[in-house]
Design a protein around this ligand. Structure first.
Ligand code: BGP
Length: 477
């Protein structure tokens, strides 16, 4: 669809940036915080890039005021951050830790004082270690009550201040790593357990949304989904079928459960055939139907291209965590699909396809299938940045990436998509879960590497670019 002219971005468009607690805060054992599964996992040798962890991260916990001042200088309209569950409940449940709540209250107040809309993520992967030990985290239905209790504590405290809420961040990506690839805690490789844990997470998500209606009647809540739209490798019907399989098994499984309260047909049947379908108890599907979101948070980085994969073919493979271009192997499920490089697209050094049209396709597929508003809760380019002479960081490649993706947002809105806002990943440089500090995403450079550093904040070229775009309210030539 070619449009002769694009409408401007809406006046109320949330020009934002994002982060997650474990990746920025540090202060991992300060002010009564309990350990999360990431505090434990990253200490096991060989789990992360050069043993990097979030003990200090970029020390946002102690530099929050300075970071918010930079956001205000940039003109940000929204800031997405996550609350660390074990900072609020050191052992997962019980009486809340006031010091933890007070930190987020200070952050929220600082944002509001500068006219920045807080977008609060309830869960960005840092499960209290206590709950993992006690009953296996997402593998037990006991988490549904504990998660609800944690969420309601935040609803009650912040209902009057926070309008936009994200329930679970990238359940699909996090649990794929946690229960299939074995690369996130608890590092399991078992597809049956993977689908069982996901089913329980859907129930917890629905229960949290149901409770939200009571406590935050004027707010909006939805999950953030890591959406990598599927493409077929060719027009061969076998590739088209592989693409359909991939869209159901890697995307619609989650999105249909969240937004329609059901599982996609062929995927469910295939899992039943394998003996790997989740156990669905009476009342489960009714709960999903009662806990539908107000909007979908979309974390978009790349598209994936699929081809046919025979029985006995390629299995799941780990992602590139080194930044050595061209080292990502094909990954798939025998009998269903496997990935292939897309010859039409350039990639980043981590082999992520750079595809702004894919973002437009993503937004259109979701808005059309689910008839919900959308918010880009993450989008950005992870690269090696160089701190040059006179504290300059020339990240023109990042500007090009962000600009083309924002243009795709505008085109999608012209196509009819209701888009609430765009949160670039990330505001400052932060810890990448598996890639250490070398894979940078921020508008603000942070002087640190895997060994440490001064933690000084330095505005990159992209900082000044985004500042101008926000000020103008549209993309500049
Ligand atoms: C998403 C996560 C973020 C962030 C981002 C970039 O999956 O929600 O927390 O890490 O991806 O990923 P990476 O750091 O692996 O490049």
């Amino acid at each position: 669809m070619h449009h002769a002219q694009l409408k401007p971005f809406p006046q109320a468009f949330l020009w934002g940036a994002a982060s997650a607690a474990y990746q920025v805060e540090g202060a991992w054992n300060v002010d009564g915080k309990g350990p999360s599964v990431w505090d434990t996992f990253t200490k096991i040798p060989g789990t992360t890039f050069e043993g990097s962890n979030g003990d200090v991260a970029v020390d946002h916990y102690h530099r929050m005021e300075e970071d918010v001042a930079l956001m205000a200088e940039m003109g940000l309209k929204a800031y997405r951050f996550s609350v660390s569950w074990p900072r609020i409940f050191p052992s997962g449940r019980g009486t809340p830790n006031e010091a933890g709540l007070a930190f987020y209250e200070r952050l929220i107040d600082a944002l509001l004082a500068r006219g920045i809309e807080p977008v609060l993520t309830l869960y960005h992967w840092d499960m209290p270690q206590a709950l993992q030990d006690e009953y296996g985290g997402w593998e037990s239905r006991r988490i549904i009550d504990d998660f609800e209790h944690y969420c309601v504590t935040l609803y009650q405290r912040f209902a009057g201040k926070v309008k936009y809420w994200v329930s679970l961040n990238e359940q699909n990506y996090n649990l794929t790593n946690a229960y299939q690839l074995g690369t996130h805690p608890p590092a399991v490789q078992d597809r049956k357990r993977f689908f069982a844990a996901n089913h329980i997470a859907f129930l917890a998500n629905a229960r949290a949304i149901k409770a939200f209606r009571q406590h935050v009647p004027h707010g909006l809540i939805g999950p953030s989904f890591a959406y990598s739209p599927a493409y077929p490798a060719s027009s061969a019907p076998s590739d088209m079928l592989a693409f359909e399989n991939a869209e159901e098994l890697t995307n619609y499984w989650w999105l249909d459960a969240y937004c329609l309260g059901r599982y996609p047909l062929a995927a469910l049947n295939w899992l039943r055939e394998q003996g790997e379908a989740p156990e669905i108890l009476p009342g489960d599907m009714a709960l999903l139907a009662e806990g539908k979101p107000d909007y979908i948070g979309v974390n978009y980085y790349y598209t994936l291209t699929f081809t046919d994969n025979p029985l006995g073919g390629q299995g799941l493979a780990r992602i590139n965590t080194t930044g050595k271009k061209g080292t990502t192997p094909s990954s798939g499920i025998p009998g269903l699909y496997k990935t292939v490089p897309n010859p039409h697209l350039e990639t980043s050094n981590w082999d992520w396809a750079i595809d702004s049209t894919g973002m437009r396709i993503a937004l259109r597929r979701l808005a059309s299938r689910y008839a919900l508003p959308l918010m880009i809760t993450e989008n950005g380019l992870g690269e090696f940045d160089q701190l040059g002479e006179g504290d300059q960081v020339h990240d023109d490649y990042r500007i090009a990436y962000l600009k083309s993706h924002l243009h795709a947002c505008q085109q999608a809105m012209q196509d009819g998509v209701e888009l609430l806002g765009y949160c670039a990943w990330s505001f400052t440089d932060i810890l990448s879960w598996l890639n250490g500090y070398q894979k940078r995403y921020g508008f603000v450079y942070v002087d640190r590497d895997e060994q440490g550093g001064s933690l000084r904040r330095i505005r990159k070229e992209s900082f000044f670019w985004y500042q101008q775009v926000i000020k103008a309210g549209h993309l500049l030539d």
